[in-house]
Design a protein around this ligand. Structure first.
Ligand code: HEM
Length: 126
């Protein structure tokens, strides 16, 4: 059986495919909960569930063979009054996690570029 990808999965592979994303989320979600700026917003969040959703979502947006089945970004963050500073804080925590996992800077920026448009659905406060 040929493994010819139906689409470009270069970014997914650069992130270490499924094992790489799982390892990244093992660092990222605890770091989010520990963050002094936004950690409190995740205090009641089930880390395992969030990690699984993020693995599937990032797998999908990076071109991997996954289907994200969680809530859409607008619904997931509705009523949270997330502002731009909080969004940027999450991005910083993600950068820190990617650094800790040794993900190259260009790969980091490619992922961030694919997540950035989600700000329209996530940020609902000034
Ligand atoms: C690009 C930016 C972001 C992405 C890709 C993202 C992704 C996600 C995903 C996939 C979920 C799970 C949805 C589900 O329940 O099915 C989620 C939930 C959540 N997100 Fe985000 N998020 C982003 C930004 C933020 C920011 C900036 C905050 C707050 C500072 C935040 C706070 C939360 C919280 C509190 C939950 C709910 C977890 C729970 O159910 O307890 N998110 N997010």
């Amino acid at each position: 059986q040929s493994a010819a990808p139906m689409h470009n999965d270069t970014l997914y592979q650069a992130l270490g495919a499924k094992p790489g994303l799982e390892a990244l989320m093992d660092v990222f979600v605890p770091a989010l909960k520990a963050d002094s700026r936004i950690g409190a917003q995740f205090k009641d969040t089930n880390a395992k569930y969030l990690q699984e959703q993020l693995v599937d979502q990032i797998c999908m947006v990076s071109g991997g063979p996954c289907a994200y089945k969680g809530a859409d970004m607008k619904a997931a963050h509705a009523g949270m009054e997330i502002n731009k500073a909080q969004f940027n804080a999450l991005v910083e925590v993600l950068q820190g996690a990617m650094d800790a996992r040794g993900i190259p800077f260009t790969t980091q920026n490619q992922l961030l570029a694919r997540l950035a448009p989600m700000h329209r659905d996530v940020i609902t406060a000034k």
